[in-house]
Design a protein around this ligand. Sequence first.
Ligand code: F6P
Length: 362
Amino acid sequence: MKRIAVLTGGGDAPGLNAVIRAVVKTAINDYGCEVLGVQDGYDGFIAPGGVFPLDLAAVRGILPRGGTILGTANRGNPFARKVMQDGKEIIIDVSDKVVAAIKALNLDAVIVIGGDGTLHVSMELCDKGVPVIGVPKTIDNDVGGTEVTFGFDTALTIATEALDRLHTTAESHHRVMVLELMGRDAGFIALHAGVAGGADIILIPEIPFRYDAIIHKVRQRVERGSHFSLVAVSEGAKPLGGGQVFSRRGDAVYVPRLGGIGQEVAEYINAQGFESRVTVLGHIQRGGTPTAFDRWLATRYGAAAVRAAAAGRFGHMVALHNAQVITVPLREALAVPKRVNVDSDAVRTARGIGISFGDENN
Ligand code: F6P
């Protein structure tokens, strides 16, 4: 293995720089291999100056830094690129151009750090001959084939701290505080942070809720002497028989943007006579320094990705299984997106300690 490239794609997540650092250090120290950084996801391969050498000095001091030193692109899908032509927006496929650029660089491997979207694109590029190794990233923890993605622990730590802070003000003002959290169609952040932060009600996409069940829980708490409640609501949560709430529609390139369910829940609670406020935590969950766990996992993932590249395990991604980092075929990992198992011990534990999911009057 003489020369590899590394790129980051999709939304950023705390720990990206820790992966990049581990890739560079392992490739240079263990394999004497040259590493190239690619700017802004796959776009960098076809942009002027988009590919550059990454040496040990380039990754010095980046372990605790959030974001990605390589930049990333949310719309960096080479199979569907939005461009302007004759004053009109059109979508073109530049994948052949990207593949040709990668071939011209004589790369032995391309290490792609990305979530569901980027890893799907990578699988297709692998089918076109690109020697891809994936590293699963996302705060949502919704990538199949691995027990956990890096970035998730940091996001849920920030969400838990937000709940702790809302707790004291909720109690002082006898209010119902609603916290809207990220996660897309997976409720992991709301579930884990909700349990860790003492939420009374957790609303997640996997368990459609009823508004009357939320009020039942709030009223029950008041009757038992707790004149405040904390609601952790996942941005993808939806009422039974209703739909998710979006703040922007999607199209062939952009996925629809979720957002607004927290406001709807808070308005309903207010209308029922319980004073309520909503906080949308948003990108605070993605920015800033990674937790120790995410640095540890990201470093192991980065090093394992280089070893997988040396072993020629293209079309695979690194993954955590029973505390061991292994590799799994991308096709297998991405076949089914990961969602909260509603029969898991995590959900049963939450119910057992009195948390309502808004699906029954408990
Ligand atoms: O997938 C990560 C994520 O932060 C989701 O939780 C959220 O829905 C989305 O990205 C937000 O995307 P953007 O950064 O484009 O607003």
